[in-house]
Design a protein around this ligand. Structure first.
Ligand code: NAD
Length: 249
């Protein structure tokens, strides 16, 4: 059995997922990641020690793709446990346009990439997590589960679902597996840049002001919160706002 702990991150190729992989890899963990973005996974692979990482190109909203990816993960793990699952994948750009124009297929894309994916990946991960002694799941939600901006229906609904799935899984999977969620505020990743370009040139100053902490979040802020929740043995079923105080302003 490997002496190292193992983490699986969905949406590992970019942004928060990538930073989480790098954070845990830096602490000696073995890291596995699933993502649809093969190019980003290729770049990430180059930054990781050989033999300590498994990166699989897979759509985690698709049942067959998840089953295939777990076949690879199981082979790679052998008899070792999975210690931590981070359900992070999502279409992270929340803006879907006016409700009257929102096609069912687009609604479904947002729900599948986030909420359905968290269900499918957790379902496959549970037997692997149960092999260990301190397993946990961290679901990446959003402040938009509890506060809204216009034209974010599908994204907001998927994140509300993630929050509910979190406490439902915590109740059912405990005491073997603890399950928590993180609700990030604005974090400096691609989707934030895209949103920023849509608004005025001094968006950074404005976005900083939205957060009582005085700044937009960094990907490392979320990776550190994942580590905290994994280590916090008496914390389960919780939704941690890692949002610089945005939700209490
Ligand atoms: P990102 O776009 O930089 O990264 C998301 C990753 O998920 C990408 O690599 C993408 O390819 C992957 N992905 C998307 N759909 C997938 C699918 N079906 N299967 C596999 N991989 C898929 O976004 P990010 O900002 O790093 O967001 C990460 C998480 O944090 C998301 O759940 C997002 O909703 C949440 N979040 C982000 C912010 C923010 O400001 N950036 C705020 C609140 C919540």
């Amino acid at each position: 059995m490997s002496e190292h702990k193992t983490i699986l991150v969905t949406g590992a190729g970019n942004g928060i997922g990538r930073a989480t992989v790098m954070h845990f890899h830096g602490k000696g963990w073995r890291v596995a990641g699933f993502d649809t973005d093969g190019e980003a996974l290729g770049e990430l692979r180059g930054a990781l020690r050989e033999g300590e990482a498994l990166l699989v190109e897979a759509d985690v909203g698709n049942e067959t793709a998840v089953c295939d990816a777990f076949d690879e993960l199981s082979d790679w793990l052998g008899d070792d446990p999975l210690d931590l699952l981070v359900n992070n994948a999502a279409i992270a750009d929340p803006y879907c346009g006016p409700l009257e124009d929102l096609a069912l297929a687009d609604w479904q894309r947002w729900i599948d990439a986030s909420l359905t994916a968290a269900f499918l990946v957790s379902r496959s991960a549970v037997p692997l997590l149960r092999r260990g002694e301190s397993a946990s799941i961290v679901n990446i939600s959003s402040t938009r589960a509890v506060m809204s901006e216009p034209d974010t229906f599908a994204y907001a609904a998927s994140k509300g679902g993630i929050d509910a799935l979190t406490h439902a899984m915590a109740v059912s999977l405990g005491p073997d597996i603890r399950v928590n969620a993180i609700r990030p505020g604005w974090i400096e990743t691609g989707p934030w840049q895209k949103q920023a370009e849509r608004t005025e040139p001094d968006h950074r100053a404005k976005d900083n002001e939205q957060h009582p902490a005085g700044r937009v979040g960094r990907t490392a802020d979320i990776a550190e919160a994942v580590e905290y929740l994994h280590g916090a043995g008496f914390v389960t079923g919780q939704h941690l706002n890692v949002d610089g105080g945005m939700t209490v302003k």
